[in-house]
Design a protein around this ligand. Structure first.
Ligand SMILES: Cc1cc2nc3c(=O)[nH]c(=O)nc-3n(C[C@H](O)[C@H](O)[C@H](O)COP(=O)(O)O)c2cc1C
Length: 189
């Protein structure tokens, strides 16, 4: 992940395939329930005005993140999944009534896959990227950018050209990489 950007714009020829990679991921039932809101220029400033008001900027841990020229809201539409699973070929699942019925909310699963597609595509062309949460700003961000009621933001992906040393680890990176013998359970846990 990159939290320090140069601010150099990302031209459409580079950006658009990265956005497109979000839609190359798996989708439960091939549901059309993923939307991206891509922000550049003054719209990026609108985002930070909502989520990081001036009073908090001086103490913000990642000032170079504010130079990211592109922010992408990754938005999923639970209702699209419910409608899709009400169709004849999916009705037997019983998931075609309400989002609350879903034991695993597949819109978030697909949203995560969409994020990963973008992160991999960004890395492949040398862009820096950071996925970060909206936390309790989600309703205000949705209102600012016209995200319809009922849709959920999985989070935000910042994209841009990394500043030297910009791929700076979060404090949480101290926990090391997961995986290995303790996490891959063969045969049984
Ligand atoms: C669900 C999720 C939420 C995250 N939220 C944040 C966040 O709010 N702020 C942040 O700086 N990084 C956030 N991250 C990025 C993680 O810290 C990052 O993936 C992890 O540190 C690995 O980064 P590395 O590839 O640079 O080692 C989030 C990642 C995920 C998958």
């Amino acid at each position: 992940m990159c939290r320090d950007f140069t601010g150099r714009p990302v031209i459409p020829e580079v950006l658009d395939p990265v956005l497109g990679a979000a839609f190359a991921g798996p989708r439960a039932g091939n549901t059309h329930g993923l939307h991206l809101v891509a922000l550049q220029g003054p719209d990026v400033a609108r985002y930070w005005a909502v989520t990081l008001p001036g009073s908090r900027r001086s103490t913000f841990r990642w000032p170079g993140l504010l130079r990211a020229p592109v922010l992408v809201l990754v938005v999923v539409d639970p209702q699209a999944y419910v409608q899709r699973y009400a169709a004849d070929d999916k009705a037997s699942t019983g998931l075609g009534h309400a989002p609350a019925d879903w034991p695993v909310p597949y819109w978030f699963v697909d949203g995560g896959a969409a994020v990963m597609g973008m992160l991999l595509a960004a890395e492949a062309v040398g862009l820096g990227a950071l996925f970060f949460g909206q936390f309790d700003h989600e309703p205000a961000v949705a209102a600012e950018f016209g995200v319809p009621d009922g849709c959920r933001s999985v989070g935000t992906v910042a994209l841009g050209w990394p500043a030297p040393g910009g791929r700076n680890p979060a404090r949480s990176a101290r926990t090391g990489r997961p995986g290995g013998p303790g996490f891959v359970h063969r045969g049984s846990w």
